[in-house]
Design a protein around this ligand. Structure first.
Ligand code: ADP
Ligand code: MG
Length: 703
């Protein structure tokens, strides 16, 4: 094949990675950079100048003309300002390509138009981007040409975090410090660093771009606001892991190639449950890099889709009635001497450190369940969490049979003496090998599942950043670790104190463990009886961000200040209101300018047909019946439209904040549903020739 490529050759070719640094930097500068990356020494400007120059030369060889500080403001996406390497022409009219250490380390984008939740008054709209030297710079190629992208954090003039990355890096420091104390308790003296490892599974939809362009709802609000269910839904389950169609295959091939060149370890790909839904997962990496890579993946998905005349939908619920999309955030803790603190080994009952870590995670999740829930709250996710779809909005932990058994031994008898072992799976065919089974089956319905040697947090929305979820996980577990270490470090008899501690953690927090079917109604009831919260909407979960416990937690570990949390809550309310406002206005536009006129045309044809047929002396009762029904629904649509216009106008006129968000949720989304219902019924009745945009069936099955 002509477009053959060798993965090993292209992997990371657009990344300023360790190999490139070693090749291009003087030994001492390389060493200093490494020290800066491990947080041991600050980078001096002279070194930064050398690094910047090497980066520039390398990027220019790859065709780069610009550089940009690439950051993640609180809009959910990435932002950047591109500067060219060009310097002012000299006296002979020649230009030089320049890039200084100062420009590498610090950028100054105009911050006034990014959400700050009142942290930064517009008159002092100064914001700074600061190089995150632990996440590698890369050259991105697209229609604008090649650009050297430098992953950065984004802060205000007074040092408050205005982005996702700053608190994430702070939370990594917090867990590093506390997790090191834990491994020291067990005699590890070699580990110098503990890092959260994260692997993000990303779900998305692909539809034909020509169809996409005919849907104003998708264009404006990234989800369909109207649309009746197609005759075939996902009831056949024939899409999940189904054969990948040619057109999608070509897309995936390009995605992989593009991501590999950018150093993203795209590893698995498959069709998901819903028609036109797919998933991609990379190999896990250090938390902040995994977060950056996931943002990059979302960008690349959209761009490559465009090249294939496809549209990639990252919204959590692009199609009502069809499975939505999420992100699974796989999380574990890795020491720099190669240990995974969440690896139970074959005999977890003997692995005391693991049991202690497990107890610490149970405590953290039980105590801060609402905060973890909040970290996955965004507007789109309201259609998944707590709506008619999984995972439910109740936080619980799945541990599986083996660990549950160990825990129960400890709780009931005070001692754990055995671990259920994995069995052999008999295939029953002589030519097939028998397998070793995992000790525990999977549970797909749990929002927080232990899966072998990591926890998988499955609530995050498909379009969202995984940063907030990891900020919370890192910090709440750091807090548990701290409390445990404060006690155990001073215990006269460590073994006994540790044993008691584990038993206490399991006993006190066992209520958060649930191994059954998280999608069942019984679980909702049982969870309530256990006192576990079920927070069904983003607006209801936001107050947790600023509760006294949250503020204390984050301030203790230097992850957020109270002011930063207040601003984040403001931003969330505002983001919610803005998104619903856009959706409501898009519906008003579509109903008023597309649906109602189309239905009027159709009723005219029906009326003409009815008259003509009656005049001919024939039975026109069917025409009459349809005409009556369509006219009634048309009337209902029109009055629902008027109502939506009224409440949307009222909502927009309110001051931004919690009140406004609540009004949008309670009044506006209700009015939106009331408009959608008759309109979707009309779609089923009106001649397809008249319907103004592609149907669900067209979009989901014509890829
Ligand atoms: P599944 O769909 O069965 O959950 P996938 O292979 O699609 O599995 O995704 C699993 C994700 O978990 C991958 O991104 C993988 O790299 C990541 N992962 C595996 N081990 C760890 C670990 N120890 N810590 C964090 N992430 C991990
Ligand atoms: Mg998974």
């Amino acid at each position: 094949m002509s477009d053959y490529f060798n993965v090993a050759d292209i992997f990371g070719e657009n990344v300023f990675n360790d190999t490139v640094m070693r090749e291009r930097l003087p030994k001492n500068v390389y060493k200093n950079l490494k020290l800066a990356m491990s947080g041991e020494k600050e980078l001096v400007l002279a070194d930064a100048d050398v690094i910047a120059n090497a980066m520039k030369d390398w990027a220019i060889e790859k065709g780069a003309t610009h550089y940009s500080h690439w950051f993640q403001p609180l809009t959910g996406t990435t932002a950047e300002k591109q500067d060219s390497f060009l310097s002012a022409p000299n006296t002979s009219g020649k230009v030089l390509m320049e890039f200084s250490g100062k420009e590498l380390i610090k950028g100054e984008p105009d911050a006034s138009s990014f959400p700050s939740g009142g942290l930064r008054a517009t008159f002092e709209a100064r914001g700074y981007t600061a190089w995150d030297c632990t996440s590698p710079a890369f050259v991105r190629e697209d229609a604008t040409g090649a650009t050297l992208c430098i992953p950065t954090a984004f802060c205000s003039y007074t040092g408050e975090a205005l982005d996702q990355k700053t608190p994430l890096l702070r939370s990594m420091d917090a867990i590093n410090e506390q997790a090191l104390r834990v491994v020291r308790l067990f005699g590890n003296t070699t580990a110098k660093k503990v890092t959260p490892s994260v692997g993000v599974e990303q779900e998305y939809f692909l539809i034909d771009r020509d169809l996409y362009l005919k849907r104003k709802d998708l264009i404006f609000s990234r989800r369909t606001l109207f649309g009746a269910m197609p005759p075939k839904g996902q009831e056949l389950d024939d899409h999940y892991f189904g054969a990948i169609r040619e057109r999608i295959g070509a897309f995936m091939k390009d995605i992989n190639k593009e991501l590999w060149r950018l150093g993203v370890t795209a590893k698995t790909q498959h069709n998901e449950v819903a028609p036109a839904q797919h998933e991609l997962a990379p190999i896990y990496a250090q938390c902040n890099i995994a977060t950056d890579n996931n943002q990059l993946t979302m960008e690349v998905l959209k761009k490559v889709a465009y090249r294939h005349n496809l549209a990639c939908l990252l919204h959590e619920k692009p199609f009502a009635g069809v499975n939505g999309s999420g992100k699974h955030n796989n999380w574990s803790l890795t020491t720099d001497d190669g240990m995974n603190m969440l690896d139970p080994g074959n005999t977890p009952h003997q692995n005391i450190q693991f049991l202690l870590v497990l107890g610490a995670v149970m405590k953290a999740v039980d105590r801060h369940a609402n905060l973890l829930r909040e970290s996955a709250a965004n507007v789109g996710n309201d259609h998944r969490l707590g709506a008619n779809e999984a995972p439910p909005a109740i936080i619980s932990i799945f541990l599986g049979e083996q660990l549950e058994d160990v825990i129960m031994q400890l709780i009931d008898r005070g001692d754990a003496t055995s671990s259920i072992q994995k069995g052999k799976l008999k295939t029953g065919a002589s030519t097939l090998p028998d397998f070793n089974k995992d000790a525990t089956d999977r549970n797909r319905t749990s929002p927080f599942a232990f899966t072998g040697n990591k926890f998988e947090f499955r609530m995050v929305g498909s379009s969202d950043s995984v940063a907030p979820a990891n900020v919370v996980l890192n910090t709440i577990v750091a807090e548990s670790f701290k409390e445990i270490c404060d006690e155990l470090e001073n215990a006269p008899n460590f073994d006994m104190a540790c044993h008691d501690m584990i038993k206490r953690l399991f006993t006190d927090h066992h209520r958060i463990v649930f191994n059954g079917n998280g999608y069942s109604d019984e679980w909702v009831e049982e969870a309530e009886a256990r006192g576990l919260a079920n927070i069904k909407s983003m607006v209801d979960s936001t107050p947790t961000l600023i509760s006294p416990e949250t503020v204390t937690l984050f301030e203790t570990f230097g992850v957020y200040t109270k002011a930063e949390l207040l601003s984040r809550a403001e931003i969330k309310y505002e983001a919610y209101s803005k998104a619903i406002n856009i959706e409501a206005r898009a519906m008003i536009d579509i109903a008023g300018k597309q649906i109602i006129p189309a239905v009027i045309s159709y009723t005219t044809e029906l009326a003409n047909s009815y008259l003509a047929v009656s005049e001919a002396g024939c039975d026109a009762s069917t025409q009459k019946e349809i005409l009556d029904k369509v006219s009634a629904l048309l009337r209902e649509t029109k009055s629902a439209l008027t109502k939506l216009q009224t409440v949307t106008a009222t909502a927009s006129a309110m001051n931004s904040g919690r009140e406004q968000a609540l009004y949008f949720r309670d009044e506006v989304t209700t009015a939106m549903t009331a408009l959608r219902t008759p309109a979707d019924e009309l779609e089923m009745l009106v001649d397809k020739e008249y319907w103004p945009f592609p149907s669900y069936g067209d979009m989901l099955f014509e890829v």
